[in-house]
Ligand binder design. Structure first.
Ligand code: SF4
Length: 316
C-alpha cells in the first residue's frame, strides 16, 4: 500500500485579480521509503503542493490519503498527530530558525510542546545532534554563529526530533554552496536509510532531483504534466515542457555541452486559466485542440505518465 496517495488535489487562492489555481487537480502516490522529487519553475505550485499536503495550507478540494486515511478530514487533535508524523524541512534555515534561541532550544522545542520532560528531551537532543552530524559544542550557539550547512543540520534535527515517517523537503539545499549541498544531500540519504523515511523533495534544480529521487513529478502552472521513475524521465522525457527543462540544464561535461533552450512564448496566467493545455502558448507542437481541451495525465509507459495530446490517442 502507498504511504501517501494524493487524489485530485486543488489549492486555490482568492486574489484581487481572480481565483489563482496554484495546485489544480494533482494526483500521485508514493511508496514507503521512496523519494519523490517535485520539479518545475518558480510559481508552478510545487511548494504550495508540499505545504497543502503537510496541512500548513487547507486544501480547496481533493483527498490526501496518508497510510490509507484522508487527512483533509481530520479533527484538530488528529491534525496535531498527523503533523508529528509528517514534518517539513524549509529552504532557508536562517529565516526558519528563531534567532533568539540556541541550537539546543530550537531542536528541543517540539519535544517540550509534545509534553516530554526537560531532562529526557535534553538527552534526545544530544542524540539527534550526533545523528545529523552537529558537534555537541554547538548546543549553546545561536543560528547566526553557524554557517549555512550547520544551520540546515539544525533544521533537519528539528524536523526529525519527533521521529516522523514522512518528510517534505522544500528546496532544502538551494540556499547552500554547491560543496555543502552535496554534504546535506548525502546526510539526507543516510538518514532515510537509517530511519526508514519517505521524502517529498521539492526543487527547481534538476541535478539535485536526479541525485536524490526515485521518482519525479514535473509541475507546470499548477498541473502535474509528467510523472516517471527518475532514470526513465531523464532517458525519455515525453512532455514538451520536461524536454525543454532538461535541455536547459547546464552540464560540466564539455563533450555533452548543450545549448540552453529558452522556452519561447508567454506564460499563461494561473488566475482563472482557460480550458486548454497551460503550456500551449509556449509549445511548438500546440494544435487547435491544445488550446481548448486540457490533456489528462495518462499512462504512457511502464513507469511513465504524461499529460499531453501527443500521447495515447490524445493527438489533436
Ligand atoms: Fe504541447 Fe499540446 Fe502537448 Fe500541451 S497538449 S504540451 S500544447 S502538444
Amino acid at each position: 500500500m502507498s504511504i501517501l496517495e494524493v487524489r485530485h488535489l486543488k489549492k486555490y487562492f482568492d486574489t484581487k485579480a481572480g481565483v489563482l489555481h496554484a495546485v489544480d487537480d494533482v494526483s500521485f502516490s508514493i511508496e514507503k521509503g521512496e523519494t519523490l522529487g517535485i520539479v518545475g519553475e518558480s510559481g508552478c505550485g510545487k511548494s504550495t503542493l508540499g505545504r497543502t499536503i503537510q496541512h500548513l495550507l487547507p486544501a480547496t478540494d481533493g483527498t490526501i490519503l496518508f497510510k490509507g486515511r484522508d487527512v483533509t478530514k481530520l479533527s484538530k487533535k488528529e491534525v496535531k498527530d498527523f503533523m508529528k508524523e509528517v514534518q517539513m524541512i524549509f529552504q532557508d534555515p536562517y529565516s526558519s530558525l528563531n534567532p533568539r534561541m540556541t541550537v539546543k532550544q530550537i531542536i528541543m522545542e517540539p519535544l517540550l510542546i509534545d509534553g516530554m520532560k526537560k531532562k529526557e528531551a535534553q538527552d534526545e537532543v544530544r542524540a539527534m545532534m550526533e545523528t545529523v552530524g552537529l558537534d555537541a559544542r554547538f548546543e549553546n550557539a545561536y543560528p547566526n554563529e553557524l554557517d549555512g550547512g550547520r544551520r540546515q543540520r539544525i533544521g533537519i534535527a528539528r524536523a526529525l526530533i519527533l521521529k516522523p515517517e514522512f518528510v517534505i523537503c522544500d528546496e532544502p539545499v538551494s540556499a547552500l554552496d554547491v560543496s555543502i549541498q552535496a554534504q546535506i544531500l548525502n546526510l539526507m540519504q543516510d538518514l532515510q536509510e537509517q530511519l526508514g523515511l519517505t521524502y517529498i523533495f521539492v526543487t527547481h534544480d534538476l541535478s539535485v532531483v536526479k541525485y536524490i529521487s526515485n521518482k519525479i513529478a514535473v509541475m507546470y502552472l499548477g498541473n502535474l504534466v509528467e510523472y516517471a521513475d527518475t532514470e526513465e524521465l531523464f532517458a525519455n522525457p515525453q512532455h514538451p515542457y520536461t524536454q525543454a527543462l532538461l535541455a536547459s540544464v547546464p552540464t560540466t561535461d564539455l563533450a555533452k555541452v548543450q545549448e540552453i533552450e529558452i522556452i519561447p512564448g508567454e506564460i499563461t496566467s494561473p488566475i482563472e486559466p482557460g480550458p486548454g493545455c497551460r503550456f500551449a502558448s509556449r509549445c511548438r507542437h500546440a494544435s487547435e485542440k491544445c488550446t481548448c481541451l486540457q490533456p489528462e495525465l495518462i499512462k504512457s509507459g511502464e513507469s511513465h505518465q504524461v499529460a499531453c495530446h501527443l500521447f495515447g490517442g490524445q493527438e489533436g
